[in-house]
Design a protein around this ligand. Structure first.
Ligand code: ATP
Ligand code: MG
Length: 399
């Protein structure tokens, strides 16, 4: 058997409703571990997972993706005797010294007060042997070895960082506009990390955008499902709407009108899937459609609060997160996006809402927008990685 210990993150700052957040974290963790025989316990700001050695890969994958923990470690457990504690601490210290740590500190916690030594005495005793491997540095050590005396003793070090954030499901639900680019998956992750469940929508303009472009979005939705546990992707056939824009809108407005039409579909979908907001990967000033004026135009057509978690980030910061959540390599695959194909040479930079309303009215696309919604395909992605395609009107949200 192996035991993992995870440290809870921001949720520990909660007051009287703390247990609700803890419950959610436990429930999410158990969902991720479904199919393996694992025990999950939450106690005093820690979550313990015990499972069979053969399932450790799944447990570690879960710990690397679950939202709500600041860090985790494989913990060694031992008997409540100082001899056993010393042996176990030394074993972990050897591992850390091999990894290059030169200085250490031991931090002991005695939750079971019937243990005959206090925390300070445990630290001094256990540090003795370790000093043959590393030097003590209580202020700025390369590693910390923790000893927790509870019903048994847990010994571990700070080896892996967690995703932090809040457990998914504590902050309502948002509808994410997920394109194949770099930004929108990161925007989705940012909101998941605040505890928001997400459902995704992708506007597909076949044959102007290829099957590969859609496959790329599916891969990204799967990656988000490793954090979101269950993520639905709605694929909206958008070619007809887009052709209509091309035909009837002034060329300079085509991208902005496309955004407006995307919002129109998102309004219908958000209401259907009971989302409380719409999320995009826009970042101020990144491209012509993302000037503050043009963002205001898009927002004007949104019937839900429009959240743009990347608004104040620059590209490098977005790329760092894309690397962290492993979406970067997928996002940079070269399959074209519908917006690129139809992008005007000289897009409007400061669109006015009055003009946008007028142009939208002349498009007469309301019926086409409704049709694109009705013809959507829904794909369910889960943590376990087996997508489930619903080709007809089997909408999970109708149940
Ligand atoms: P991204 O990297 O997320 O594609 P981008 O920098 O390419 O963003 P735009 O193409 O202007 O920026 O898109 C802005 C936002 O609009 C995207 O972040 C996404 O939320 C949404 N969006 C754009 N195209 C699509 C699409 N085909 N399907 C769904 N959402 C889209
Ligand atoms: Mg894009």
């Amino acid at each position: 058997m192996v035991t993992y210990l995870a440290k809870l993150g921001e949720l520990t700052l909660k007051g009287s409703n703390l247990h609700e957040f803890e419950h959610l974290l436990m429930r999410n963790t158990k969902k991720c571990l479904a199919g393996i025989d694992a025990k999950v316990i939450l106690h005093a700001g820690r979550m313990y997972i015990t499972c069979d050695e053969k399932d450790s890969e799944k447990a570690e994958f879960t710990l690397n993706h679950i939202l709500g923990i600041t860090g985790w470690a494989k913990a060694e457990t031992c008997e409540k005797t100082i001899e056993d504690i010393k042996k176990t601490v030394y074993m972990i210290a050897e591992r850390l010294a091999e990894k290059g740590c030169k200085t250490f500190k031991i931090q002991a916690k005695r939750a079971e007060k019937n243990f005959p030594m206090n925390s300070y005495e445990i630290c001094c005793e256990a540090a003795g042997d370790v000093e043959k491997l590393m030097k003590v540095d209580v202020h700025n050590p390369d590693c910390v070895i923790y000893v927790e005396v509870r019903e048994q003793v847990y010994v571990y070090s700070d080896e892996n960082v967690g995703c932090r954030g809040l457990p998914v499901g504590c902050s309502g639900k948002g509808l994410l506009l997920l394109s194949g680019g770099l930004d929108s998956p990161v925007a989705g992750y940012r909101m998941l990390r605040r505890g928001m469940k997400i459902e995704c929508v992708y506007y597909h303009s076949y044959p102007y955008t290829s099957e590969e472009a859609q496959k790329k979005v599916e891969d990204l939705a799967q990656k988000l499902a490793y954090y979101g546990i269950t993520v639905y992707l709605n694929v909206i056939p958008f070619t007809e709407v887009q052709m209509e824009i091309k035909k009837k809108a002034p060329e300079a407005w085509s991208t902005l009108m496309l955004r407006v039409c995307m919002m129109k579909v998102a309004n219908i979908l958000a209401a259907r899937c009971k989302a409380q907001c719409i999320i995009t990967g826009e970042s101020l000033g990144q491209v012509a459609s993302q000037t503050i004026e043009n963002m205001n135009v898009t927002e004007h057509f949104a019937e839900f609060p429009l959240l743009r978690p990347l608004c104040g980030l620059d590209k490098e910061e977005i790329i760092d997160t894309a690397n962290f959540i492993d979406t970067y390599e997928t996002s940079i695959l070269p399959y074209e996006d519908c917006c690129v194909l139809f992008s005007p040479k000289h897009p409007v930079l400061r669109g006015r809402i009055e003009d946008a309303e007028e142009i939208y009215k002349n498009l007469e696309v309301d019926e086409l927008i409704q049709k694109s919604f009705d013809d959507r395909k829904i794909i369910k992605f889960t943590f376990s990685g087996e997508p489930d395609v619903r080709t007809d009107k089997e909408d999970p949200n109708e149940a």
